[in-house]
Design a protein around this ligand. Structure first.
Ligand SMILES: Nc1ncnc2c1ncn2[C@@H]1O[C@H](COP(=O)(O)OP(=O)(O)OP(=O)(O)O)[C@@H](O)[C@H]1O
Length: 518
């Protein structure tokens, strides 16, 4: 994001100090999990995505190696008028041996530090995390993240059963971790993966972060989704962030990770995930549009509930997703919502040249403005995504240049859910209020995911039958699963006999979930 803030009147003594601070809001956080610091309220904030250029306030200054000795006579700079600092992280030099921070510290200094803490630094001495002349290999963090993933896999006791020719995996280990009502693996597995062991079947999607393929494990036929991230194109910290999140989360509404590995050349990281056969909400929306159909309230409500459950879980782990949008909301074959893509798509540099606008459309005003933001920004993105799904169009004009879109998002009235009488589409007041709540421009008035889960619309939808499995089957034209021989009609069969009008509206006014050509 580009935000331009006045820095106050230009001081006479600071001729070279620009009067404006230009902030580029990147999608990266210095903390891989975007977690709140200790002592902060449970609702975390994330202002770390703003890396300032031409600003003297950045916390990761660039220390250019210099041979000049510090001049003790030199007056310290006035606050706010410090030297030009550019937040580019540590300086790297290729071809040099990696020196770890601890190697740069003598035993005497280590002893002093243990005694007095890191504040006991001599003039010119640098805190250990910013060694001035050492060179940290950026891939080290990545290797650590991969190692952690492997360790957590090895500590797991789960087993994986294969459904030959099918796509689902199921965990047969009892009592392991998160509740496992729908056969979703609740822990990762004790398996190692390599390119040789995975047969690539089909491409599933491509984003700024890399390509995703459907693959089959040649050892047992299990089908997975394999995400390939090219470390040359994506910031390593972004990959580490995704690995850390995906490897430490276990929730039915979060895509499960089964492993990750690095290509021998270290140029690619591959993440092995559960395959979500229902595809993304983006793909589903396109399919529905092609069919000239409308998504009904109950389906929209179930999708919203799944997203909010995932977000509430992430929030409980002090994490903000930061990139909720239809292409990152997936559905399983059973119609279970799964959030994916924790790397945050595209750096601003990337984004400005194309993908940015796509992501920007879903961003909360406070995020667009580059101000501090919380988990409530994910709630805004959820509202925009649901609005897009049910209206089958972007809630904002999609052809606006980024800069105009920023103005619309930050200054215009938030979009609302409106009836379309000419198309015979009406929405319940509860649903309209739900959308209105998610799109409160002032984040302080916008509820958290957990609060949104108690909204009457969600409560109403959750008290009704779940038709997600049938709906996703209709969207993709999958055949009905064979009847169970229990002697009773299953819930899906019962629901088809529910009265609904030809345009998909049910008798109590709201749109039904079966508007996909039914
Ligand atoms: N586990 C999965 N199962 C099925 N399809 C998937 C899965 N993960 C990703 N996809 C498909 O691949 C697409 C891109 O995935 P993902 O969002 O993770 O990549 P990305 O490069 O990070 O994208 P973005 O540009 O949004 O950052 C998704 O929109 C979806 O269609």
């Amino acid at each position: 994001m580009l935000s331009v803030k006045p820095l106050g009147p230009r001081s006479k003594s600071a001729k070279n100090v620009p009067a404006l601070s230009i902030s580029l809001s990147t999608s990266e956080s210095s903390d891989p999990l975007a977690t709140a610091t200790q002592g902060q309220s449970s609702e975390q904030t994330d202002s770390s995505n703003s890396s300032s250029i031409l600003s003297s306030t950045c916390d990761t200054p660039l220390y250019l190696p210099t041979t000049a000795k510090p001049n003790p006579q030199r007056r310290p700079s006035k606050p706010g008028l410090g030297p030009l600092q550019i937040n580019v992280g540590p300086v790297f030099r290729s071809g040099e041996r990696t020196i770890r921070p601890e190697e740069t510290i003598s035993p005497e200094r280590t002893r002093r530090r243990q005694q007095h803490g890191p504040a006991h630094l001599q003039f010119g001495e640098r805190p250990p995390q910013f060694p001035s002349h050492s060179h940290v290999d950026p891939l080290d963090g990545l290797r650590d993240a991969l190692k952690n993933l492997a360790t957590s896999a090895n500590n797991s006791t789960s087993s994986l059963t294969t459904t030959e020719g099918n796509t689902s995996t199921s965990n047969t280990s009892p009592g392991s971790g998160f509740s496992n009502q729908s056969g979703v693996p609740s822990h990762r597995i004790t398996k190692e993966f390599t390119d040789e062991l995975l047969e690539v079947l089909d491409p599933l999607g491509e984003g700024a972060g890399g390509a995703v393929h459907k693959v089959r494990d040649t050892r047992d036929g299990t089908v997975y989704a394999l995400k390939t991230i090219t470390t040359r194109e994506v910031a390593v910290r972004q990959v580490v962030r995704e690995l850390n999140i995906i490897s430490t989360t276990s929730h039915i509404n979060i895509v499960q990770c089964f492993g990750a590995y690095m290509s021998p050349s270290s140029s690619e990281v591959k993440i092995v995930m559960e395959y979500c056969e229902g595809g993304s909400l983006e793909a589903i929306g396109k399919k529905i549009k092609e069919a000239g159909a409308v998504v009904g309230e109950r389906i929209a409500g179930r999708v919203a509930e799944g997203v909010l459950q995932g977000l509430a879980y992430l929030h409980s782990k002090r994490t903000i997703h930061r990139d909720i949008k239809p292409s990152n909301i997936l559905l399983s074959r059973e119609g279970i919502v799964k959030l994916c893509d924790f790397g945050v798509s595209g750096e601003l540099v990337n984004s400005m040249v194309g993908t940015f606008t796509g992501t920007l459309i879903y961003m909360a005003p406070e995020r667009v403005q580059g101000s501090e933001y919380t988990v409530r920004c994910d709630v805004w993105s959820t509202g925009i995504s649901i609005l897009e799904l049910v209206q089958n169009k972007f809630p904002f004009p999609s052809d606006l240049p980024a800069i105009e879109l920023i103005v619309v998002i930050t200054k215009g009235d938030p979009p609302q859910l409106e009836d379309e009488p000419e198309a015979g589409v009406t929405w319940s007041d509860e649903m309209k209020d739900f959308i209105r709540q998610t799109l409160m421009r002032d984040p302080r008035e916008r509820p958290t995911p957990r609060e949104m889960l108690t909204h009457p619309w969600i409560q109403t939808v959750m008290s009704q039958e779940d038709h997600m499995a049938r709906w996703i089957r209709q969207v993709w034209g999958w055949p009905k699963p064979p009847r169970k021989s229990t002697g009773r009609r299953n819930t899906e069969d019962r629901s088809t006999s529910r009265p609904s009008t030809a345009d998909g509206r049910n008798q109590d006014g709201g749109n039904t979930d079966v508007t996909m050509g039914c």
